[in-house]
Design a protein around this ligand. Sequence first.
Ligand code: PLP
Length: 217
Amino acid sequence: MIDNLNHIRDMIDRHGQGEVTLIAVTKYQTIEDTNAIIELGVKDIGESRAQDLEQKLPDISPEARIHFIGHLQRNKVKDIIRHVTLIHSVDSFRLARQIDRLARENELVMDILVQVNIAHEDAKWGFDEDELDQVLQDIAELPNVRIQGLMMMAPMVEDPEEVRGYFRKMKELFDYYADLNYNNVYMKYLSMGMTNDYKIALEEGSNMIRIGTALFQ
Ligand SMILES: *Cc1c(COP(=O)(O)O)cnc(C)c1O
């Protein structure tokens, strides 16, 4: 685990375009390994299933910042909202509205990212880029959510060079909306890059990578 971590940190130093947050994706890890990586200094952890997260919650180190990165069903929002730092995977307006409602009930403002289906894959969640402008404006009206950036998952390919264009497109969208500067829309985090493609994602300007396999294998 420590060797893997050192390697990833070195890759961030060499290929990152500035400050980068490493999220350790702990979705398949035991509570022991989850807490071990936090102990090693990776305080940001990613979970993708509400049920698994709920089971781990009582035992996760209080130092952790928990990121929700998987598809989130509206009826699960209530179970996680008090415990997570950032929800990366907002993929419908109805989900955003439910997060807003529950955030208000819990007297908090929830930071979210809007997921973009940049490669128009049928099997992936997220908005098409041509829906993005309207959806950002609609979500921005919700007082108890705060859009902090964009998230994407690249198609699975043998050679990650094949998806460089998608990362580049995401960075262009990110910069475009940063410049537009809509009220209540902050382009702080661009969450992209996983085990297979994070080097390319870093080169193209990702500032938040989500790594499971390369860290824990
Ligand atoms: C599982 C998962 C990851 C990490 O995947 P690895 O290939 O194991 O690094 C990142 N992001 C999301 C949304 C995931 O579900």
